[in-house]
Design a protein around this ligand. Structure first.
Ligand SMILES: Cc1cc2nc3c(=O)[nH]c(=O)nc-3n(C[C@H](O)[C@H](O)[C@H](O)COP(=O)(O)OP(=O)(O)OC[C@H]3O[C@@H](n4cnc5c(N)ncnc54)[C@H](O)[C@@H]3O)c2cc1C
Ligand SMILES: NC(=O)C1=CN([C@@H]2O[C@H](COP(=O)(O)OP(=O)(O)OC[C@H]3O[C@@H](n4cnc5c(N)ncnc54)[C@H](OP(=O)(O)O)[C@@H]3O)[C@@H](O)[C@H]2O)C=CC1
Length: 475
């Protein structure tokens, strides 16, 4: 393999996981020589933090040109290229342009790619990075009707953000946003769907900013994943005068054709036709397949391949190390493989990629310094996620949908139409999860109650009584 340039640490991927790993490595061992190998010409950094509770922080996320990143971390060599192969026995890697590098510890933070529905059509697109967002925006400008498939984070945000277009939303479930909330919360959001809260003055959320229009180093090169508030600076507007959303519940797409199907009764012509399993056929300009992600696993030669989880991610142990020695992984590309805390579970989110990356960086540094393994980071003791759906602030805590409780729980709910939706998940007198929609400012109280597992049976429904200041109970 010729002369290798050797690095103490190599990090693959300039998304939030990779950058967080590098930040910790440089903090622990500032004199180490580090290679950041990334396919994208921009990296994602968290520039400002708003701490909401001990476990929840909202971040301002910025894209930074790699040359500026290098200025802040002069010990980090940045190479914009795609990793092709890892050779774990010789502790080296090769890029697609043929360059080779040696490593002592390497962290794979290559993220994931959209898992598009499996129909061969140029009119099905996914959304992942800035390039794909720009492509979406440009397509929308010329479009009268779009079909959105999926019921998770992207679809739920997109349906709300789209303007001046007909939308056919195809979901497999009985209610919207099912990847995040239950049917009660979905109904609350649906009832408020028409109100425009995009300019919500009360929002404490920090903003996501982009400074350019393209991230990749070329066609088919993945950029960093879009993150919270990715749509803030993008007008997602179609060619019509107004917007109309039609939801097809409990359905899926059976076929996608550029040629008009014989059974399509209408006279209008469209670039593409989608046939649903309920027999309906819709013509549209294009389809957004917001149907989840697949981890981007690099090729490995020599020795054993990575052990992968059921979801295709690289299995990592409590130190974020994969099944292959000295190879770590963090963020969307990995699948946790330790006995996780009862109130935590993995979801492929920014709010998990960041602590995973930081913790992986700390573990790699500790391992190079031959220190004892670190205790698991406290971020993994409680699931927390803050986002915005349909213009509302949404806070999800612990087992917010009764996950792991096998249906054996009580749900205490308080709803003020158009204002807030609160749900507490209680089992055997203990709080295990909460969904807080609206500006409830209750997250700290409920976070503490989940963490300390205080017996709350004596408070009953007063926990959600708006006339009682619940925080006074627990002072
Ligand atoms: C539209 C959208 C909205 C989202 N909104 C939210 C939200 O509101 N809240 C939230 O918590 N999460 C959100 N997410 C999820 C979140 O963005 C991801 O979970 C997170 O960014 C993953 O970070 P990562 O560093 O693991 O991967 P990525 O950000 O995908 O970074 C991967 C990096 O690896 C590089 N790379 C890939 N392959 C190679 C290779 N072979 N060689 C070299 N480099 C490579 C890429 O160029 C990139 O730099 C959203 C995702 C999307 C797509
Ligand atoms: N605000 C936030 O926190 C946001 C987070 N994200 C994150 O970004 C990533 C990508 O988002 P997204 O693509 O929405 O993924 P999600 O995992 O959030 O949701 C995927 C959705 O696609 C559905 N689906 C999967 N396969 C099919 C299929 N073949 N036909 C029909 N429906 C299907 C799933 O339904 P089913 O449940 O039935 O399998 C689910 O509703 C995720 O990790 C997500 O968490 C993205 C945007 C915003």
């Amino acid at each position: 393999m010729g002369d290798l340039k050797h690095f103490d640490f190599v990090v693959v991927g300039g998304g939030i996981a990779g950058i967080s790993a590098i930040e910790q490595i440089c903090l622990r061992i500032p004199e180490s020589n580090v290679l950041l190998l990334t396919a994208s010409a921009f990296v994602r950094v968290a520039t400002a933090k708003l701490r909401i509770t001990s476990h929840i922080e909202e971040l301002q996320i910025q894209e930074e040109a790699v040359k500026d990143f290098h200025k802040r971390y002069p010990n980090v060599t940045v190479v914009i290229a795609k990793l092709e192969t890892i050779y774990p026995v010789s502790h080296s890697i090769k890029t697609t342009s043929g360059a080779t590098y040696g490593y002592r510890k390497i962290c794979i933070c290559s993220g994931s790619v959209p898992k598009l529905v499996n129909f061969d059509s140029p009119n099905i697109i996914g959304l992942r990075d800035t390039d794909s967002a720009v492509n979406l925006k440009q397509r929308l400008e010329k479009s009268n009707r779009v079909c959105v498939l999926g019921n998770g984070g992207i679809a739920t945000e997109l349906i709300y953000e789209l303007r001046n277009i007909d939308v056919i939303w195809v979901i497999r479930d009985k209610y919207i946003a099912s990847a995040f909330v239950d049917s009660g919360a979905a109904e609350f959001l649906m009832n408020c769907a028409d109100a425009d809260r995009t300019g919500d003055k009360h929002s404490k959320a920090l903003r996501y900013t982009t400074s350019h229009v393209a991230t990749g180093t070329g066609k088919d090169v993945p950029g960093c994943a879009l993150g919270p508030n990715w749509h803030t600076n993008l007008e997602l507007t179609g060619a019509l005068a107004n917007k109309n959303v039609k939801i097809e519940f409990q359905t899926f797409i059976k076929d996608v054709n550029e040629k008009k199907p014989d059974s399509y009764q209408e006279k209008d012509e469209w670039p593409v036709y989608v046939t649903l399993n309920n027999g309906k056929i819709f013509g549209c300009d294009f389809v957004v397949s917001a149907t989840g992600v697949s981890p981007s696993i690099p090729e490995i030669k020599e020795g054993s391949p990575f052990e992968l989880g059921k979801d295709g991610g690289i299995l990592v142990n409590q130190s974020m190390e994969s099944s292959v020695q000295d190879i770590y992984a963090a963020g969307d590309v990995c699948t946790v493989n330790w006995d996780v805390a009862f109130h935590w579970f993995q979801m492929r989110l920014w709010s998990q990629a960041r602590p995973m990356g930081s913790y992986a960086g700390m573990c790699m540094a500790a391992s190079l310094l031959k220190e004892a393994p670190l205790p698991l980071d406290f971020s993994f003791e409680l699931f927390t996620h803050v986002t915005r759906f349909f213009g509302f602030r949404v806070v999800l805590l612990g087992l917010f949908n009764g996950q792991k409780l096998e249906g054996r729980y009580e749900a205490l709910v308080r709803v003020t139409k158009g204002v807030e939706y609160l749900k507490l998940v209680v089992q055997d007198g203990k709080l295990h999860g909460a969904v807080l929609i609206g500006d409830t400012e209750m997250e700290e109280t409920f976070e503490n109650l989940i963490l300390n597992q205080l017996d709350i049976s004596q408070y009953g429904e007063n926990l959600l009584n708006p006339d009682i200041d619940i925080e006074d109970y627990f002072d």
